[in-house]
Design a protein around this ligand. Structure first.
Ligand SMILES: Nc1ncnc2c1ncn2[C@@H]1O[C@H](COP(=O)(O)OP(=O)(O)O)[C@@H](O)[C@H]1O
Ligand SMILES: [Mg+2]
Length: 282
C-alpha cells in the first residue's frame, strides 16, 4: 500500500465537556495506481479522517503511513516531500482558490514554494501545459477565478494539484458543489488523469453514484466508523451492511448494476417479510 491508515481515532470536545468520537478505529489503504472511494453521508467523519491522514490535525490514536514514512514521526524534510507528493482537491472551488491570484499564480504556486521550478519562464510553460491537460486553454493564465464557472474552477484546482506531479491525489467531495451536469465531466477528467499519469486517487463522496465509475475499491463510513469495504462489484452487487444498502437505495436508478442490486434487495426484503409473516402465523 502506498498510503495506509491503521486504527485511527479522533475525539472532539462537545459542549458540556464530553468527548465525542468523530473517528473510531478507522483503517484504510490505498495501493499505488489504485483509485479508492470513501463514501458516507454528511457528518460521518470523512473530512476529519482526511485531515488526520494528511497530518493537518493530530489523530488521538492509530498510525498513518505514506510510502516509507510514518507521518506522525516524520522530520520536516520528510513532511515536505509528503506535502509535495500528496495533493488535495477540496469540495468548494469558490472558497479554496484565492480570488486575488491569477490562474497562473494559483497553478504555479506550489512549483514556486517547493522550489520545483524557480525559473519563471519554465514555470509558466509548465502551468500552461497543466492547464491544457485539464481542458483549459493557456489564455486562462492571466485571469482571476471569478470569471470562471464552478466546473472550470474545479479544473483549475485540479491543475494546481497536478502541476506538482503528485503520486497521490486526495479529493474531498470535489464535485459535491457542482451542478449535476458538470459532475460527470470532472470525474471523467480525474479518470483520464489517473490513466495517463498513473496517479493514485483517494476520492471522498457522500453518494455512491459518484464513485461508481472512478473507484475500483470502496470504503463506507457511518457515524465515525468504517462499516464496510470491498471492491466495486461486491459493494454494488452484494452490499452486506444495512447502511450501504440504504446508500445504494439512494442512487438514481439508470445504472443497470444498481437496478439489479436493488431488485435483489427488494426480493430479499420481501422474502424476509414473508418469513416473518409465516412465523407470526405458526
Ligand atoms: N473541529 C471540530 N470540532 C468539533 N467537532 C468537529 C470538528 N470537526 C468536525 N467535527 C464533527 O465531527 C463529525 C464529522 O465531521 P466531518 O469530518 O466534517 O464529516 P463529513 O466530512 O463526513 O461530512 C461531525 O459531527 C462534526 O460536527
Ligand atoms: Mg466533509
Amino acid at each position: 500500500m502506498l498510503f495506509e491508515l491503521q486504527g485511527v481515532s479522533k475525539y472532539f470536545a462537545a459542549p458540556g465537556g464530553q468527548r465525542v468520537a468523530a473517528l473510531r478505529d478507522i483503517s484504510l489503504g490505498v495501493g499505488a495506481g489504485e483509485s479508492v472511494g470513501l463514501v458516507g453521508e454528511s457528518g460521518s467523519g470523512k473530512t476529519t479522517l482526511i485531515r488526520c491522514a494528511l497530518g493537518l490535525v493530530p489523530p488521538d490514536g492509530g498510525r498513518i503511513r505514506y510510502d516509507d514514512l510514518d507521518v506522525a514521526a516524520a522530520t520536516r524534510q520528510q513532511l515536505q516531500r509528503f506535502r509535495r507528493e500528496v495533493q488535495l482537491v477540496f469540495q468548494d472551488p469558490f472558497a479554496s482558490l484565492n480570488p486575488r491570484m491569477t490562474v497562473e499564480e494559483l497553478v504555479g504556486e506550489g512549483l514556486l514554494v517547493h522550489g520545483l521550478e524557480p525559473h519563471a519562464e519554465r514555470r509558466r510553460e509548465r502551468v500552461a501545459q497543466t492547464l491544457r491537460m485539464v481542458g483549459l486553454t493557456p489564455d486562462a493564465m492571466g485571469r482571476h477565478t471569478h470569471s470562471f464557472s464552478g466546473g472550470q474552477r474545479q479544473r483549475i484546482a485540479i491543475a494546481r494539484a497536478l502541476a506538482m506531479r503528485p503520486r497521490l491525489l486526495v479529493c474531498d467531495e470535489p464535485v459535491s458543489a457542482l451542478d449535476v451536469s458538470v459532475q460527470a465531466q470532472v470525474i471523467n477528467l480525474l479518470q483520464e488523469m489517473q490513466r495517463e499519469l498513473g496517479l493514485t486517487i483517494l476520492f471522498v463522496a457522500h453518494d455512491l453514484a459518484v464513485v461508481r465509475h472512478l473507484c475500483t475499491r470502496i470504503y463506507v463510513m457511518h457515524h465515525g466508523e468504517m462499516v464496510e469495504s470491498g471492491d466495486r462489484e461486491s459493494i454494488f452487487e452484494h452490499p452486506r451492511h444495512a447502511y450501504t444498502q440504504a446508500l445504494l437505495a439512494a442512487v438514481p436508478v439508470p445504472d443497470p448494476q444498481v437496478a439489479r442490486a436493488r431488485r435483489k434487495l427488494h426480493r430479499l426484503n420481501s422474502l424476509a417479510q414473508q418469513g416473518a409473516g409465516m412465523e407470526a402465523q405458526t
